[in-house]
Design a protein around this ligand. Structure first.
Ligand code: GAP
Length: 506
């Protein structure tokens, strides 16, 4: 079992983080000034370390924009709050992360199967799942400055974690806020509207005439696409319980408090895996998936000290156990993924609402039962943000500083940069690029000094730079420079593909 970070072991960092959360932090794009901004509350009160972390977050947002990872959405129209577009480098990174997840949880599992369900689903799905009735946040508006807040967040921040709003009713939260004169973080007044439950699902209508229009929803999670296809997958793949169904796809939530760059957005991608099993085995599988989820994060390069489990105190009435893995973002410890033991709630509810039996007949024991589900869910965008934070380093060299993104080579956007030492080597360097790019994403750069070109590649985390130089014509070799160690070695051009291949495996 891997030892993880604990609140005690990271007390120093944790303290700083709490301070930050208390003071609030918002990151985004200032389209007027055409630069990223980071509002970090009353910065003067932030501890030094914390301030450094927030500066780094600001720098990461900046790097994302300037190096083609992530751009503000609809920027030329002054943007649309909390929407972000992946650029040429970011799309490669996110695709590689999604591929690594699929490889781990689908490709390398004999009995996990993928699906790609539609975003729009029959509205009864959301009744059965409980989303129509209760997928909501407790929203309060400040009557003075008209900003909108989540009551649970106000209490968490005010009480510095000593009060648990998860265990309170709306009335109890209203009373706590009134009794303690909890102030609006924006204007400092304490003049709140009552709490209203704000459903997070985006809806639209479908139909060709006004009269015949039906309300439909943009899915708030991909999981339901896996549950409603349980029978289809089981039959078509002749799957035997236990087995898994996985999916990667878009989800939409009208979040009350989106923000912190791509951490919480209104449109995002989820990677979800549902494991269908017998009730007696479910708790063991729950523990297994907690471990698998962690092992996956370690395998793509996370430091174990930056990850910790957070078991949920308050469980949904149907859940038997639930936990998150949290990551130490520059904004503090926050959820990265969730693992949930959901009992037979999902399939039973779909059985009840659709009238179709979701029971599985065990061919060995002749037992008929509705399987339990162990769910593992992680946001692809949230994971990409965590990967960016984990990879970022500003390194002090002897006579220089460099920004380097230490991505695991398997998820690095480009594997190789091909650099002719001088323009007269362009033709040959292009031949090397043509050969390598049959196998991996490569980039080509012939502008500026070789040192500047190395720095540009460091900033986008390219693990290998291949330089075609004066000797290459005669010795048939190129210089390969490795990103993290900056070590260089001469490698035969004929061996380059296998050299890189061996070093980028997951
Ligand atoms: N099917 C279970 C489910 O959706 P969740 O905890 O609501 O559970 C799972 O979401 C994961 O999806 C989270 O751990 C997070 O990584 C990601 N996620 C949720 N809401 C998000 C948002 N508004 N923006 C970005 N990622 C989000």
């Amino acid at each position: 079992m891997t030892e993880l970070a604990t609140p005690e072991a990271t007390a120093g960092r944790h303290k700083g983080i709490n301070e930050g959360n208390q003071l609030g932090c918002e990151l985004g794009w200032n389209s007027e000034l055409n630069r990223p901004y980071a509002n970090i509350g009353i910065g003067a009160f932030l501890c030094k370390k914390r301030r450094k972390e927030m500066e780094n977050f600001d720098k990461i947002v900046n790097l994302c924009k300037n190096r083609g990872f992530i751009f503000p959405g609809s920027e030329i129209y002054d943007g649309l709050a909390n929407t972000w577009d992946y650029g040429p480098v970011g799309v490669e990174l996110k695709n590689n992360i999604k591929k690594s997840w699929w490889k781990t949880f689908v490709q390398r599992s004999k009995n996990s199967f993928g699906v790609d369900a539609d975003i729009f689903m029959n509205s009864k799905v959301w009744e059965a799942s409980g989303h129509t009735a209760s997928f909501s946040d407790p929203k309060m508006d400040c009557k003075n400055c008209k900003t909108r807040h989540r009551a649970d967040n106000l209490i968490e921040e005010y009480s510095k974690g000593t009060a648990n709003p998860d265990l309170m009713t709306n009335e109890e939260m209203e009373k706590y806020i009134a009794d303690n004169h909890v102030k609006c973080p924006n204007c400092g007044k304490c003049d709140w509207t009552p709490i209203r439950n704000f459903n997070l699902m985006f809806s639209t209508s479908r139909g060709v005439t006004d009269e015949g229009q039906n309300l439909i929803y943009l899915r708030p999670e991909t999981a339901q696409g896996e549950f409603v296809n349980f029978l289809n997958v089981q039959r078509s793949m002749r799957a035997k319980v236990p087995f898994g169904i996985a999916q990667i796809g878009k989800a939409f939530r009208n979040e009350v408090t989106p923000g912190n760059f791509t951490f919480r957005t209104i449109e995002f991608e989820q990677m979800e895996h549902q494991w269908f099993c017998k009730a007696e085995t479910a708790m063991d599988y729950y523990k297994e998936f907690k471990q698998k989820a962690l092992d996956y994060l370690l395998s793509i390069g996370f430091n174990k000290d930056h990850l910790r489990y957070h078991d949920h105190d308050k469980l949904a009435h149907y859940a038997k156990a639930a936990c998150d893995i949290q990551y130490l973002y520059p904004i503090g410890w926050e959820e990265l993924n969730g693992i949930h033991h959901r009992g037979d709630w999902d399939l039973s509810r779909h059985q009840q609402f659709s009238g179709k039996s979701m029971a599985y007949l065990d061919p060995f024991t002749n037992e008929k039962f509705v399987p339990n589900v162990i769910e593992y869910s992680i946001g692809a965008d949230r994971l990409t943000l965590a990967v960016l934070c984990e990879a970022y380093e500003e390194q002090q060299l002897e006579n220089d500083t460099r920004v380097v993104m230490h991505f695991h080579p398997a998820i690095a956007p480009y594997k190789v940069a091909v650099l002719p030492l001088q323009k007269q080597q362009s033709e040959k360097a292009n031949e090397v690029f043509a050969e390598l790019s049959k196998h991996f994403m490569c980039t080509y750069d012939e502008a500026g000094s070789i040192g500047k070109r190395y720095r540009r590649q460091d900033e986008i985390g390219t693990p290998f730079c291949v330089t075609y130089d004066f000797d290459s014509d005669t010795d048939g070799c190129v210089t390969v420079r490795e990103r993290d160690s900056m070590q260089q070695e001469r490698i035969k051009i004929a061996d380059l593909v296998s050299y890189v291949e061996n070093r980028i495996k997951l």
